[in-house]
Design a protein around this ligand. Sequence first.
Ligand code: SF4
Length: 189
Amino acid sequence: MGIEEKLPSGVLLSTVEKVAGWARARSVWPATFGLACCAIEMMQTGGPRHDMARFGMEKTGSTPREADLMIVAGRVSQKMAPVLRQIYDQMPEPKWVISMGVCASSGGMFNNYAIVQGVDHIVPVDIYLPGCPPRPEMLFDAILKLHDKIMNMKLGPDRDRQITELEQARLTMLPLRVTAGVDHLGSEL
Ligand code: SF4
């Protein structure tokens, strides 16, 4: 966890991007957005057994202006969607989103008109966490994966280039079933 691990032979050789990424990843402050049963597991992560503060997440608040990570835990109703978006808009850049649980990620078992079928219809999601509900350990795993992502985030013009490359890669990506050797109707290619 320490910066020592990043120092080759005791000499600090790093770019500004790496230093900024390291500092950002270790000071993520979440704005928790508990909406259903998944929220109980999310609350557990702040307790003494799991202790989210170990990862620089000492401050967990409901103040969006002091937060840079939104954890959406539970199904998002149509009624709550504009509120969620407003909270997200009030968070300063850069900011990230973890979608916790199958309901937040895809609507889960609630395939009906009242529930948004995936919070990525409302805000951009960085990490999708599966499970019903995911255990606190799983949420930690998602948080640590987000740390890796933040550490490798570019800055300035490099960031714009990175976003363009990611978008291009996504646009040219084949559907999963096609990459597995079958088309979308199940016929072998
Ligand atoms: S994923 Fe499961 S635990 Fe989480 S909100 Fe949906 S039903 Fe509840």
